[in-house]
Design a protein around this ligand. Structure first.
Ligand code: HEM
Length: 156
């Protein structure tokens, strides 16, 4: 059973790396690199659709391995309501729920609307701005989730 736990934590950390790394790559590398590229909209659309698929698979794996890690550590609801580390875990689950909700809105509504706005070349860039803000908020939330993960393991 301990070997399964080690594999679960390993997979959890790799998924956290893929989720956070994917967003950092988008913000720090891809967006600046294609800023003046004539095919920018098409590239963003193709990358966005691919990242959406990989992203949701990663979120699902984070949830499954996270729940298993919690179970193996004996993190019960009682523990969550009666101890500071338990409360931290509840904060992490809440952050994860917010990440999933705003990712859904971003991936299936704001993002596609933003691509449409870019195609129409409209002045109103409402969804382009909204998609960018949601993306940046998602990155901050994921960084917070990773930090809480470290504190759950190592304490303050
Ligand atoms: C975006 C989402 C998430 C990110 C970025 C994330 C990140 C991390 C990281 C980096 C660690 C390792 C900390 C370390 O070893 O120092 C960790 C540990 C942990 N995470 Fe997450 N996590 C996420 C979602 C979740 C969810 C949804 C759950 C529970 C349902 C969860 C439960 C845990 C637990 C229990 C540990 C401790 C693992 C152990 O026993 O060593 N995580 N998380």
């Amino acid at each position: 059973m301990h070997a399964v736990y080690l594999a679960s934590v390993y997979l959890h950390i790799i998924c956290a790396t893929l989720w956070i790394g994917g967003m950092l790559f988008l913000v720090l590398v891809l967006m600046p690199a294609i800023k003046n590229n004539a095919n920018r909209r098409e590239l963003l659309n193709n990358v966005g659709i691919r990242l959406r698929t990989v992203g949701w698979a990663t979120l699902l794996l984070l949830l499954i391995t996270g729940l298993f890690n919690a179970y193996y550590r004996g993190i019960s609801l009682q523990y969550c309501l009666s101890s500071p580390y338990g409360r931290l875990f509840l904060y992490k689950i809440s952050i994860f729920a917010i990440i999933a909700a705003i990712s859904f809105y971003h991936d299936f509504f704001a993002g596609p609307q933003a691509i449409r706005e870019m195609a129409q070349g409209t002045d109103s860039r409402k969804f382009v701005k909204l998609a960018r803000i949601i993306g940046q908020l998602n990155l901050l939330l994921a960084l917070a989730a990773a930090f809480i993960g470290e504190i759950i393991v190592r304490g303050w």
